[in-house]
Design a protein around this ligand. Structure first.
Ligand SMILES: C[S@@+](CC[C@H](N)C(=O)[O-])C[C@H]1O[C@@H](n2cnc3c(N)ncnc32)[C@H](O)[C@@H]1O
Length: 229
């Protein structure tokens, strides 16, 4: 279904052309603090909480859903936080085109689209190609945080992350239902209220790992179609 597109004019919203012109995120934030990325921020519940806890880090919140971006911008503005910027952009496109090697101190992926049917699973964001890209972009000791409400996705993600020798687990088990102080979005809370667990995976890139510049997957589009700009 096509999205209802409305113009986003918020000062915290960065159109791709502005990032291209700036060359990197540092001039847009006005400092070169370490960078963290939330992929698929929805309406911004998580990013507001995590950025408030880490004023020493800059955060980029991204989503491909126009209305979610708009709401997130409003919430960032209302929060008064100056360490978050929002973009409407696809994750792999941003990482490939604008985020370089060792550019991210943390990546957060919370409840990504589950693509529940067997034939849809190849569309899931977290797979071995994405993991190579994430590891390329992460700094030494950079965090890869992933959570899902979907059992099959939680188990397969934990399996993928746990067997990768380039990562170390920050938790005692491949995944955990214990969230501790991990911020909870309204979306996540809905499942918790129904007694359904969240599968949380928290891993860190080991020191000194060299990751080759990732290749683009077959079929991956490197630019937005005109009508989506
Ligand atoms: C199920 S929602 C979860 C939203 C949020 N993380 C939360 O917990 O409330 C998944 C979000 O990811 C976004 N999304 C899906 N694939 C994406 C991609 N490749 N790049 C950026 N955002 C994506 C969707 O538009 C949607 O807003």
């Amino acid at each position: 279904m096509p999205q209802r597109m409305t113009l986003i004019t918020s000062p915290v919203f960065i159109p791709e052309a502005q990032l291209k012109k700036a060359g990197s995120f540092a001039p847009l934030f006005g400092n070169s603090n370490p960078l963290a990325l939330e992929i698929g921020c929805g309406i911004g519940d998580f990013i507001i909480q995590i950025a408030a806890r880490h004023p020493e880090r800059n955060f980029i919140a991204i989503d491909i859903f126009n209305q979610g971006c708009k709401q997130t911008c409003r919430r960032i503005e209302d929060s008064g936080l100056t360490n978050i910027l929002m973009m409407r952009i696809e994750a792999r496109y941003l990482m490939h085109c604008y985020l370089g090697e060792q550019s991210l101190q943390a990546i957060y992926i919370n409840c990504p689209d589950p693509w529940p049917k067997k034939r849809q699973r190849k569309r899931r964001l977290l797979n071995s190609d994405f993991l190579d890209l994430a590891l390329y972009c992460l700094t030494d000791h950079g965090e890869l945080n992933f959570c899902t409400d979907f059992t099959d996705y939680g188990e397969s993600a934990a399996n993928l992350l746990n067997r990768d020798q380039r990562l170390e687990n920050m938790r005692p088990a491949p995944y955990s239902h214990y969230l501790g102080d991990y911020p909870v979005s309204k979306y996540m809370q809905r499942f918790l209220d129904l007694g359904q667990p969240i599968y949380l995976c928290r891993y860190r890139k080991k020191e000194g790992i060299i990751v080759d510049s990732p290749r683009l997957n077959k079929g991956f589009r490197l630019r937005w179609p005109k009508d989506e700009e």
